[in-house]
Ligand binder design. Structure first.
Ligand SMILES: *[C@@H]1O[C@H](CO)[C@@H](O)[C@H](O)[C@H]1NC(C)=O
Ligand SMILES: *[C@@H]1O[C@H](CO)[C@@H](O)[C@H](O)[C@H]1NC(C)=O
Ligand SMILES: *[C@@H]1O[C@H](CO)[C@@H](O)[C@H](O)[C@H]1NC(C)=O
Length: 341
């Protein structure tokens, strides 16, 4: 998540003024065949997060409504609403915590603080072919949370999921069986940073080996870090350490080599951060319209697409590229074997 809570015109203008972006589309790689726009939503639909089901379908959570979309990468012309959560106006993190069962963050958008942060379960196990409507139930309401953002499952078979709180600067753990929740990790590197009048800290979280890797969107200008954790309890086993000072960033995916593919939101690109901490922008860039407002990324789950990175965008709903039109949130498919992945 980045902008909806945060009225960030000044950030946008400052970024814009520091780079002379042109009116034309400039993308670093040829659009096809390495990069395909799978689906573009209508204007003002901001896609915040993305997950892949075992059958290959993608689940998309919008910041701009409480409806979850399903998108089939093999026939992406239509994205179907498969569930709408009550009493929520924004959706953020999504993670699979049992095979084909997902947890989703639903919450307020700032306009109605009475709406609580809730973790829901969406269970697709009983779906018959052609019908993607899941069974839903509430896992937990988190009245003490301030801004629940990235979600991840702790370990295979574990009842625990972890949730990044971008304003409290902590990681919550939530028991998917009992609904119990508490702070699992507090660390200085989770804390919110403030830049240009915005306050935002830990954002994307993913388990990588015995660590929790995470982005911090704004602290010290934005960074990517990791913290060793106990995979049974989620408790930290040491302090977090910085892998890269990679600037403003949002959510990410980790590939089989341990590289992180990190979305840059307002910077309209995707970075590849290697385990040694070296990094570069490999997709899009400040002048890109294809990766405009890149928010999250996930690898495919089937034999055919496990090296395909699916990138979600908010369409630049915070920062239309000068001279171009704002578009709706987009899902872009990237064949990473063609771009050094
Ligand atoms: C964006 O466009 C400007 C003007 O053409 C150029 O100077 C700059 O290098 C471009 N930035 C990127 C990241 O491609
Ligand atoms: C962890 O961080 C705290 C707070 O900065 C510090 O006091 C402590 O010495 C650190 N521990 C290690 C093992 O570096
Ligand atoms: C989307 O918004 C832009 C900017 O307001 C506008 O120019 C464009 O026509 C809109 N597109 C659609 C499909 O409504």
């Amino acid at each position: 998540m980045f902008f909806r809570f945060l009225a960030t015109v000044s950030l946008l203008n400052q970024i814009r003024n520091s780079h002379a972006a042109p009116a034309s589309e400039i993308d670093r790689y040829p659009i096809a065949p390495a990069i395909r726009i799978l689906h573009q939503f209508p204007n003002l639909t901001s896609i915040e997060n993305i997950a892949a089901r075992p059958n290959g379908k993608l689940l998309l959570t919008p910041l701009t409504s409480s409806s979850v979309y399903s998108l089939d990468p093999t026939s992406p012309a239509v994205a179907n609403i498969i569930y709408t959560f009550p009493n929520a106006n924004t959706l953020l993190g999504i993670t699979e915590y049992e095979p084909d069962v997902f947890a989703v963050v639903a919450g307020p958008d700032g306009s109605n603080p009475a709406i609580p942060w809730v973790i829901w379960s969406l269970d697709f196990r009983k779906c018959v072919t052609g019908n993607d409507v899941p069974e839903a139930h509430k896992i937990a309401t988190l009245p003490k949370a301030l801004l629940v953002n990235g979600l991840t499952h702790l370990a295979p078979g574990s009842p625990w999921i972890l949730a990044a709180d971008s304003q409290l600067g902590v990681i919550w753990r939530i028991n998917t069986k009992t609904g119990r929740y508490e702070i699992a990790i507090s660390d200085l590197l989770l804390a919110p940073g403030t830049a240009f009048g915005i306050t935002l800290g830990v954002n994307g979280i993913r388990i990588s080996g015995h660590h929790l890797s995470f982005t911090n969107s704004l602290l010290e200008g934005g960074l990517f870090a990791k913290i060793p954790i106990n995979l049974i309890t989620g408790a930290p086993l040491g302090n977090a350490t910085i892998i890269a000072r990679n600037g403003v960033c949002d959510d990410f995916a980790i590939d089989t080599k341990g590289n992180a593919w990190v979305t840059q939101n307002v910077l309209n690109g995707v970075q590849l951060i290697k385990p040694d901490g070296s990094f570069s922008v490999v997709l899009g860039g400040l002048n890109s319209t294809v990766f405009e407002g890149a928010t999250s990324a996930v690898f495919g789950r089937t034999v055919k697409d496990r090296k395909t990175l699916y990138v979600s965008t908010n369409g630049g709903s915070g920062i239309p590229i000068p001279g171009t039109f704002r578009v709706g949130g987009t899902v872009v498919a990237v064949d990473t074997t063609r771009i050094g992945g």
